[in-house]
Design a protein around this ligand. Structure first.
Ligand code: Q9C
Ligand code: ZN
Length: 370
């Protein structure tokens, strides 16, 4: 299976993030993508190629132009405004409760502020999106990785994998969030719809609900969104991802959320996956975009499922058994010692190759990376 990767992600990297006010070691770090790249290289069956440039038009097909402008300008603007911080992170957000009682017209008249800190809140969901000198280039490269992966599949590959970083599925039309800047999977899905004129399904198996992807296609009947995730009653992004969110208008019935309990293990997960796959099988279309996350792994520091490396191989096999062509894009996954083995297992499954854990080079005991 062909793999698309860009080193441009390396310049977007941080040391800490905050959780409920406390600083902790950052989870979404550059090492993640390098672990996966190393494991796929060691496997030998995943030739890696760079992305081609696709420009900003495919981004503007799903995102607000103001959001693109903000991500491009934010770091330099923060420097210009002499905010003495290594990166720009929002801490004040325009929650809808701030505007309670105001008419829609009065709310619509509220404008994006000029201050860098205000702008970060204006366009942001949470504090998990630090803007650094290299963030824009990294986020643009992740989009190019996704679009190049889609090109491979449109060009006839049965499946291809884009090692996207930063991830994308929490980014909505006008909002960054949850480590995400541009919604790589949504941009790729939209590009596939435009190229083929056919319906596309998005299967989101990251541990978290892809609130951004759901929002972008909420009223669209030509893009089916199916997500398995930790129940938002207890997990980020908290405010979306429930069963009763099924889409509206033309998109009515084209959104399927499958929230799952803490401790979900291999067997229960596979049963839920089969439900999601059945919904996709019922919908016409030839191409599936997969938002692939490994924060469902048993040792993940922010997820609370209990999946094993071996089940990822089975998952990849079952998704491939749909008989559709697959644009597989990386989202989350934060237990770094097993990321490479997990990605390799899933992708070998999707590639119709046996699991074969613990190859000679590049892996430690129990099929983990070193
Ligand atoms: N303040 C993905 O897996 N919450 N995103 C962590 C940071 C954000 C996960 C707390 C979790 C986002 C792509
Ligand atoms: Zn996630």
């Amino acid at each position: 299976m062909r793999v698309v990767y860009s080193p441009d992600h390396l310049a977007h990297d941080v040391v800490t993030e905050t959780v409920m006010g406390a600083a902790i070691p950052a989870n979404e770090v550059a090492e993640r993508a390098e672990r996966i790249r190393a494991a796929l290289e060691a496997d030998g069956g995943f030739p890696i190629e760079p992305p081609t440039e696709h420009g900003t038009d495919p981004i503007l097909a799903v995102h607000d132009p103001g959001l693109l402008r903000f991500v491009e300008e934010a770091w330099r603007e923060a420097r210009t405004q002499a905010i003495a911080r290594p990166n720009l992170t929002a801490d004040t957000f325009p929650t809808f409760r701030m505007f309670e009682g105001m008419s829609p017209e009065a709310v619509a008249a509220i404008a994006e502020t000029r201050s860098a800190g205000g702008r970060a809140g204006w366009w942001g969901l949470d504090t998990a999106n630090p803007l650094l000198a290299g963030t824009y280039a990294a986020a643009r490269a992740a989009v190019d990785v996704a679009l190049t992966t889609a090109d491979l599949v449109l060009g006839g590959e049965r499946a291809a994998y884009g090692l996207c970083r930063p991830p994308g599925h929490h980014a909505a039309r006008s909002m960054i969030g949850g480590y995400c800047f541009f919604n790589n999977a949504a941009i790729a899905a939209e590009a596939v719809v435009r190229a083929t004129g056919q319906r596309v399904a998005i299967l989101d198996v990251d541990f978290h609900h892809g609130n951004g992807t759901q929002q972008i296609f909420w009223r669209r009947g030509d893009v089916l969104y199916v997500s398995l995730h930790g129940d938002p009653e207890r997990q980020f992004p908290y405010f979306l991802g429930r069963v009763n969110e099924t889409g509206e208008g033309e998109g009515s019935g084209a959104n399927l959320n499958i929230p799952l309990p803490a401790g979900t293990g291999d067997e229960a997960y596979l049963a839920a996956l089969d439900r999601g796959l059945a919904a996709i099988a019922e919908t016409p279309g030839d191409i599936v975009v997969v938002s692939l996350g490994f924060d469902t792994y048993g040792h993940d520091p922010i997820g609370d499922f209990a999946l094993t490396t071996a089940v990822y191989h089975e998952c990849g096999q079952r998704v491939a058994a749909l008989g559709r062509r697959l644009v597989i894009l990386q989202e989350g996954g934060y237990y770094r010692p097993a990321l490479g083995a997990n990605a390799r297992a899933w992708l070998r499954g999707a590639d119709g190759r046996p699991y074969e854990p613990r190859p000679a080079a590049g892996f430690g005991p129990n099929g983990s990376d070193r």
